[in-house]
Design a protein around this ligand. Structure first.
Ligand SMILES: [Zn+2]
Length: 413
C-alpha cells in the first residue's frame, strides 16, 4: 500500500529561531527550506502527488507556485525539484494529476489530454492520471437511466471516460515514460464498477477512483467492493484523496494499492481539536496566536476593548511559561491560567483548558521519534504561525505513516 502526499509547496525553514521568531538573514527559500521527506527521520510517504491546478492554475484560479518555481519544476523535473533522490531508503515516486476538485464548478475540465500529457512528460512524473471531472453527489437511485438526478452525473462520467480514452491513445505517440492511470468517476457502487470495466477495456492497468472525498467510509467500501467484483487480477486501484487508516486493510483486500491525502498534515492547523497525532489518539494544539496576526484581536484592540500592551504581555507570558513548563521549571496551573487568560482576549467562547491539561500532562513530543519533536520541543505543539504549524503537520504525517504500517502489519500477520 503506497501513500502519496499531495504537494502544496509546504516546506519549513530550518533556520527559524523559535525564541526570537526570526529567520536567517541569507535564507533562500528554494535552496534552504525543506520538505517533509527531508526533515523527518525517514520519509513519511512513498511519493508525492503534484496537481496541474496547483502548479499552473486555471483561467479562473491562480496556482500555488510562483513563476520562478513553475519554471524550475518544468526545467529540472519533479525528482530534482523535490530533491527526491537525496534521501535514503526506497526511492520516492512522483505522480501527476489535474486537481479536478478545483474546477468542479466548471462545465468541462480546463485542460486537454495533450496539455496534461505535456505537463507530466516535462515534469518527469512516474505516474500520470487522466483528465477527469468530479461528480458531486452520491445516490444509487441515479443508477436508473430515467432518473432526472443522474443526467449531469452521467454526462460527467461519460466525459471522464472519453478523456481517459483520448489520454491513453495520446500517450505512446509522445513516448512518455510515466505510467498512465485512468480515472473512474461515479455516483454509486454500480456506476463506479461500470466506469472501471470500461477503463480496463481501454487497456488501463492502474485505475484511480475519484470524487470520493465527501463520501462516508461505508459508501467508499461499498464502491470498492463493487469494483473488486469486476476487477481483473492485474488491475491496481488508487483512492484519490482518501485516508481512513482504520479501513485501509479492507481497501487493500479489494485491490487498492495506493491512495493520497493531505488530511494528516492539514489537521495540524485546520482541525478544531485533533491537531497533534500520536499512535493512538490526537491532541488539541496550544493556541497562542500572534497579536499582530490575529484579525479578531486586532479589531478588538482598535475598538478599544482590549489594550494592545496587555495583549502583547499575555502573549509573551504564554510562550515563556510554556517553555518553562517544558524545561520543568514551572508547574502546570500558571501555564493553564495564562493560556485561558490570553484565550479570553481574542475568543474565549470555547474553554480548551481540559484539552490543554491532557496534552501538557502527557508531553507526547518528549518521546516522539519523528526527528522534529526532539529538535523543537514544545513549540511543535503550539498553534502559532506557519513554522510551528507545518512542523506539527510533518510530525502528523510521520505518525500517520506509522499508523499505516501498524494497520498493514495486521494484514500480513
Ligand atoms: Zn514528532
Amino acid at each position: 500500500m503506497k501513500f502519496f502526499f499531495p504537494d502544496s509547496q509546504d516546506q519549513i525553514d530550518p533556520s527559524f529561531d523559535f525564541a526570537s521568531e526570526e529567520r536567517a538573514l541569507h535564507r533562500v527559500r528554494q535552496r534552504d527550506d525543506r520538505y517533509a521527506h527531508e526533515v523527518l527521520v525517514h520519509p513519511p510517504f512513498d511519493g508525492i502527488l503534484v496537481s496541474k491546478t496547483i502548479v499552473d492554475g486555471t483561467r479562473q484560479t491562480t496556482g500555488k507556485y510562483t513563476l520562478a518555481q513553475r519554471h524550475r519544476l518544468y526545467r529540472n523535473g519533479a525528482r530534482r525539484f523535490f530533491r527526491l533522490d537525496h534521501i535514503d531508503g526506497a526511492p520516492l515516486q512522483s505522480m501527476g494529476d489535474c486537481g479536478a476538485f478545483s474546477y468542479v464548478r466548471e462545465d468541462v475540465p480546463p485542460y486537454t489530454p495533450e496539455e496534461v500529457i505535456a505537463f507530466y512528460a516535462e515534469c518527469g512524473f512516474d505516474l500520470g492520471v487522466s483528465v477527469d471531472h468530479v461528480i458531486l453527489g452520491f445516490d444509487p437511485a441515479a443508477d436508473d437511466p430515467a432518473s432526472e438526478l443522474g443526467a449531469e452525473w452521467r454526462r460527467r462520467q461519460q466525459l471522464t471516460l472519453e478523456l481517459a480514452a483520448e489520454f491513453l491513445a495520446a500517450c505512446p505517440a509522445r513516448t512518455v515514460r510515466f505510467e498512465p492511470v485512468g480515472v473512474a468517476q461515479g455516483w454509486s457502487p454500480r456506476s463506479y464498477a461500470a466506469a472501471v470495466r470500461q477503463l480496463q477495456r481501454m487497456g488501463y492497468q492502474r485505475i484511480a477512483l475519484g470524487g470520493m472525498v465527501p463520501l462516508k467510509t461505508g459508501e467508499i467500501l461499498a464502491c470498492v467492493r463493487a469494483v473488486d467484483d469486476i476487477r481483473r487480477a492485474t488491475t491496481q486501484l488508487h483512492l484519490l484523496g482518501i485516508s481512513r487508516c482504520d479501513t485501509i486493510s479492507a481497501f487493500a483486500s479489494h485491490g487498492v494499492t495506493s491512495f493520497d491525502s493531505t488530511s494528516p498534515f492539514r489537521q495540524a492547523f485546520k482541525d478544531d481539536h485533533d491537531n497533534y497525532y500520536t499512535l493512538d489518539r490526537a491532541y488539541t494544539a496550544l493556541r497562542v496566536p500572534q497579536v499582530d496576526g490575529n484579525t479578531k484581536l486586532k479589531a478588538r484592540i482598535r475598538a478599544g476593548r482590549v489594550g494592545q500592551a496587555a495583549a502583547l504581555d499575555l502573549e509573551q507570558a504564554c510562550l515563556r511559561l510554556l517553555r518553562a513548563y517544558d524545561a520543568g521549571t514551572t508547574p502546570l496551573t500558571p501555564v493553564l491560567d495564562a493560556l485561558r487568560g490570553y484565550d479570553e482576549l481574542f475568543d474565549g467562547r470555547c474553554d480548551r483548558t481540559d484539552a490543554y491539561r491532557e496534552l501538557l500532562n502527557d508531553r507526547p513530543w518528549q518521546h516522539c521519534p519523528c526527528g522534529i519533536c526532539y529538535m523543537v520541543g514544545i513549540d511543535v505543539a503550539i498553534f502559532r504561525g506557519s513554522e510551528r504549524n507545518k512542523r506539527r503537520g510533518f510530525h502528523n504525517l510521520f505518525v500517520f505513516h506509522q499508523r499505516l504500517q501498524r494497520e498493514l502489519a495486521t494484514i500480513t500477520a
